[in-house]
Design a protein around this ligand. Structure first.
Ligand SMILES: [Zn+2]
Ligand SMILES: [Zn+2]
Length: 284
């Protein structure tokens, strides 16, 4: 648990953080309760847990793991059931203290995963499903050990085209509320391909926005990019603003917290991009 003195409240009260991991995610630390305590200290009204659930239908990936009681184990229904139970219990515990706890999941998108996404949505009744595109042709582009293998197969234009093709498929599936961290390929892609990566989305945006609008799928403003040293978010401001002009729903801000002290990170700035996330209704 972070030192309470280091957690400062946000200037804007009543915001919602709709992208938080917890120690059910193999790459995160901190219990659900610890994230909720920080949410209260920040003055959030809502916190949505979105642990990773990655099941490659071709069974090719080794990181399809969750963590339960501190032990890594395969992501399966038994692990999900424990997670769901703990998030629901946290809501019962924290709602009387002023924090709504929402049950979400970050579903790792792979080609042909629609059936599994539909199945777990039906079975567990998630309030919020994020689709996270983390792989291109089954190779992770956002893990330190693998991004070079992934990127070395493609020109910048090919890579970005394949990424947005997956985003479009995820949106058109109609199974997700929101696409997580659009333009996430820049996380390591900037280093690999250079600054041209920040303009590589332009030929594809019109098709991406059509798929989002027609399927009623939103995008998020993900502040983790700022933790990584970028000067804007996932996606960058240019894309957020173009999305708004096109009529894409910008549903939530999310910290993508992988540790409790990252809850609500940079929300005092980010909330202007998604003002509908402020508590108390419209901002006019
Ligand atoms: Zn993600
Ligand atoms: Zn995430």
């Amino acid at each position: 648990m972070p030192d309470p003195i280091e957690i400062s409240p946000l200037e804007i009260e009543g915001l919602s953080d709709y992208h938080c991991h917890c120690d059910y995610s193999h790459d995160a630390v901190g219990t659900i309760e610890e994230y909720c305590e920080v949410g209260l200290m920040r003055g959030l009204a809502e916190i949505c847990f979105t642990t990773h659930y990655d099941v490659n239908p071709r069974g090719l990936v080794g990181d399809t793991m969750m963590r339960v009681d501190g032990v890594s184990r395969p992501a399966d229904d038994a692990a999900l059931a424990r997670y769901v139970d703990d998030v629901r219990k946290a809501h019962d515990q924290f709602f009387p203290r002023g924090l709504t706890v929402v049950l979400g999941i970050e579903f790792g998108w792979y080609r042909d995963c629609e059936e599994e996404a539909a199945r777990i949505r039906r079975k567990f009744g998630f309030d919020y499903m994020l689709a996270g595109v983390h792989d291109i042709a089954d190779i992770c582009f956002c893990c330190t050990g693998r991004y070079e293998t992934c990127f070395s197969r493609y020109s910048l234009e090919n890579m970005v085209e394949l990424y947005y093709r997956d985003v479009i498929s995820a949106a058109r599936s109609g199974l997700f509320n929101t696409i997580a961290h659009l333009d996430y390929y820049k996380k390591y892609g900037e280093k690999f391909y250079g600054p041209a990566i920040h303009e590589a989305h332009r030929p594809f945006l019109a098709d991406v926005f059509s798929a989002l609008i027609e399927s009623g799928t939103a995008i998020e403003v993900n502040t983790a990019a700022r933790r990584r040293g970028f000067d804007s978010y996932y996606p960058r401001n240019e894309i957020i603003n173009a999305a708004r002009r096109a009529g894409v729903d910008i549903a939530h801000i999310g910290s993508d917290a992988h540790a409790p002290d990252q809850v609500g990170y940079d929300f005092d700035l980010a909330y202007v991009f998604a003002p509908n996330t402020a508590g108390g209704g419209d901002d006019d």
